[in-house]
Design a binder for this molecule. Sequence first.
Ligand code: PGA
Length: 244
Amino acid sequence: MPQLIAGNWKMHGLAAEAQALARGVAAGATGLACELLVCPPAIHVAAVAQILSGTPVAVGGQDCHQALQGAHTGDIAAAMLRDAGGSWVILGHSERRHNHGETDELVREKVLAATEAGLTPIVCVGETEDHRVGGQETEIVGWQIAGSLPKPFTGVVAYEPVWAIGTGKTATEQDVAMMHAFIREELVRQFGDAGQGIRILYGGSMRPANAAALLAVPNVGGGLIGGASLKAGDFLAIAKAASA
Ligand code: PGA
């Protein structure tokens, strides 16, 4: 299965910047062996999807509501993302878990809503620095997987240690190898053979200089990239590392 290189633009960029970034990514996206995805802020999804239609770059959202529709001021339904040209959605990112109090149970409901709308979910898991210092990293990630993924699950898991997100601190290859092997075991334990086929991305300060080494770790099926996805050149350099 090809590696998936996914850009999480978070809350960055006005319309003109988002569109320029999309054009920059599209310009270098042909001929790569990896799958490419960008997840702009929701308000830019439609325009970015229009720019990227007919290119190898897919578009996704950064969140969706668990309900199919209804009185939910300020929220976005999975079907709306789909309608705007999205085919993926990031769910349970640690920034949403922490800033918006999202629980594993809520993330699981969102995964069901996304799947029903025809979106492929990328479900984020990962321990905080305190958990890691306390030796609880696998326990926490195991609970998040058990709680956030419905059965059956058609999607991707992203391991993002919270202490490595936006900090410039990257998990070592050994940390990543250990955690991705653990996540694979958990997926197989919960989903049987299907668990072997679920891609597990690494996220947390991935950049052109460290991408090749991280992407070569066993059980790493791609990257979820924040900061380095805001520059088309850096994002494409990571995509090239994933295609080597
Ligand atoms: P980062 O963010 O690459 O800036 O660390 C990754 C993420 O939060 O998805």
